[in-house]
Design a protein around this ligand. Structure first.
Ligand SMILES: Cc1cc2nc3c(=O)[nH]c(=O)nc-3n(C[C@H](O)[C@H](O)[C@H](O)COP(=O)(O)OP(=O)(O)OC[C@H]3O[C@@H](n4cnc5c(N)ncnc54)[C@H](O)[C@@H]3O)c2cc1C
Length: 368
C-alpha cells in the first residue's frame, strides 16, 4: 500500500520504519529539519519504565516495546537505553506510587521519604511523609540518538523521508498537497504532535497543546543519581543525562500555546525549576546550566488518541501524546500496521475514541 506519514517526530519515524519493513511504499513528511527541536521528541534523554504505573494497556505496551528496543539497539549497534532504576515518590497513599508498586509485582515495602537522603548519600532529599517505591526496571533513553538511528534505518528499509515539507491542512482524505502537487495515498497517518489539531480540526477540542520546560543542573555525583518521578503539585521528574548533568522537568507546569509560537525559556521558568532543585536536590547548585522547551499535547484523560478521522476512514490520527509517549515508540509501527490491515487490536480499541477511558484506567499524574 502507498502510505503517507505526516510528521516525523519519534512516532512518525517509528511508523515509517516499520511500515517500510513490512513492505509498504512509505513517504514521510516533516515540516522542519528531521532533527528539529520544535515538537515533543527532541533532547538528549527520556525516561522509560517497563512497569509504567499507568494501567494495564500501557503495561502491555511497555513489555512489547522493551523487546523492540533491544531489536533497535541491535540494528543501531549501540545501546539506546541505560538501565539504572529509579525512585517513584509521592505523598502518603499516592495513587501513582501505589500503581507503580502494583504493576511491578514486586513484594518490596515502600520506603519512607526520609530514607532517600542517606540512600543517595545526600544527593536527593524527600519529605518524611512521602511514600517511595524503588523501581528497578527503569532507565534513560538516548532520545536524539534514537531519532538519528531511525532517520538512517527507515530509508534502509525503503521509506522516503522528506524534510522541510509542510503538509497543508485540513486533511479530509488520503490525498495530500505536497509542495503544491496533489499526491494520492491508500492511507494517511497523521503523527504531527501538537500540530494535529490544525491538520485534523475535528479533534482540536481533544488535543490541548502545552508548553513545557526542562532544565539541566550540575551534579556533584552523576553516577549516584537515580531517575525520580514525584507525584507532587508540579509533577517533578528527573534523570541523569550525558555530560554528568541531572535534568529535571515539571509535568504539570506550563500554559496552552500555539505550537508555531512558543516562547523560549526565561527567568520565570528558571525560578520554577530552581525551587524544585532546592527542595529535592541538596548539594546541587539550584541554578540550571541550561534549559529547553518542549510541547505536550494533552488529551482530557491523558491517554493516547489513535483513531480514524470521521471524514475519511483511511486517515488516522496518531497522537502518542500527553507527555509519556517516547518509551513506547518501537511499538507505534506495529499499531499502525494493525490499523492498516484491520487486525483486532486491544491497544487500538483502548486508544480509540469509544472505549478508551474504561479500558486504560490511568494511575497517576506523573510523567515517566
Ligand atoms: C519535556 C518533555 C519530557 C518528556 N518526557 C518523557 C519521558 O520521560 N518518557 C516518555 O516516554 N515520554 C516523554 N515525553 C513525551 C514524548 O517525548 C512524546 O510523547 C513524543 O515525543 C511525541 O512524539 P510525536 O512524534 O507524537 O510528536 P512530535 O515529536 O511533536 O512530532 C510531530 C512532528 O510533526 C511535524 N509536523 C507537524 N505538522 C506538520 C505538517 N503540517 N507537515 C509536516 N510535518 C508536520 C512536527 O514538526 C514534528 O516534528 C516527554 C515530552 C516532553 C515535551
Amino acid at each position: 500500500m502507498k502510505v503517507a506519514v505526516v510528521g516525523l517526530g519519534i512516532a512518525g519515524l517509528s511508523i515509517c520504519a516499520r511500515m517500510a519493513l513490512a513492505g509498504h511504499e512509505v513517504s514521510g513528511f516533516e515540516q522542519f529539519d528531521l532533527m528539529n527541536d520544535q515538537g515533543s521528541s527532541h533532547g538528549d534523554t527520556r525516561i522509560i519504565r517497563l512497569s509504567p504505573g499507568e494501567g494495564e494497556t500501557y503495561q502491555r505496551l511497555a513489555r512489547r516495546a522493551g523487546e523492540m528496543w533491544r531489536f533497535w539497539e541491535g540494528l543501531a549497534g549501540r545501546p539506546l537505553i541505560e538501565w539504572m532504576g529509579g525512585l517513584m515518590a509521592g505523598p502518603q497513599g499516592s495513587p501513582f506510587v501505589q500503581s507503580c508498586k502494583r504493576m511491578s509485582n514486586k513484594p518490596a515495602a515502600l520506603l519512607r521519604g526520609d530514607a532517600i537522603h542517606p540512600l543517595t548519600r545526600g544527593m536527593i532529599a524527600m519529605p518524611y511523609e512521602y511514600d517511595v517505591f524503588r523501581q528497578d526496571d527503569c532507565g534513560v533513553i538516548a532520545a536524539d540518538a534514537t531519532r538519528a538511528f531511525l532517520i538512517k534505518q527507515a530509508p534502509r528499509w525503503g521509506a522516503k523521508l522528506y524534510a522541510n515539507t509542510r503538509i497543508a491542512g485540513p486533511i479530509d482524505a488520503p490525498l495530500l498537497s505536497v509542495n503544491g502537487e496533489k499526491r494520492a495515498f491508500d492511507a494517511v497517518i497523521v503523527a504531527s504532535g501538537g500540530w494535529a489539531r490544525k491538520l485534523l480540526p475535528e479533534f482540536a477540542g481533544k488535543l490541548d497543546v502545552r508548553r513545557r520546560i526542562v532544565g539541566w543542573f550540575k551534579t556533584p555525583s552523576p553516577r549516584l543519581m537515580p531517575i525520580m518521578c514525584v507525584d507532587n503539585e508540579v509533577g517533578l521528574y528527573g534523570m541523569p543525562t550525558p555530560g554528568g548533568l541531572y535534568k529535571i522537568g515539571l509535568h504539570t507546569v506550563g500554559g496552552a500555546v500555539d505550537p508555531d509560537i512558543v516562547a523560549s525559556p526565561g527567568e520565570t521558568d528558571a525560578e520554577a525549576l530552581s525551587e524544585q532543585a532546592r527542595l529535592f536536590l541538596p548539594q546541587h547548585d539550584p541554578t540550571p546550566v541550561r534549559m529547553a522547551r518542549c510541547l505536550y499535547t494533552m488529551t482530557p484523560d491523558e491517554n493516547f488518541l489513535i483513531t480514524p478521522s470521521r471524514a475519511h476512514d483511511r486517515v488516522l490520527l496518531f497522537s502518542a501524546c500527553s507527555g509519556h509517549g517516547f518509551k513506547y515508540a518501537p511499538i507505534y509501527g506495529e499499531l499502525a500496521e494493525e490499523w492498516i490491515e484491520g487486525k483486532p487490536s486491544p491497544e487500538l480499541e483502548a486508544f480509540g475514541e469509544a472505549k478508551r477511558i474504561a479500558a486504560t484506567g490511568l494511575g497517576g499524574g506523573v510523567v515517566d
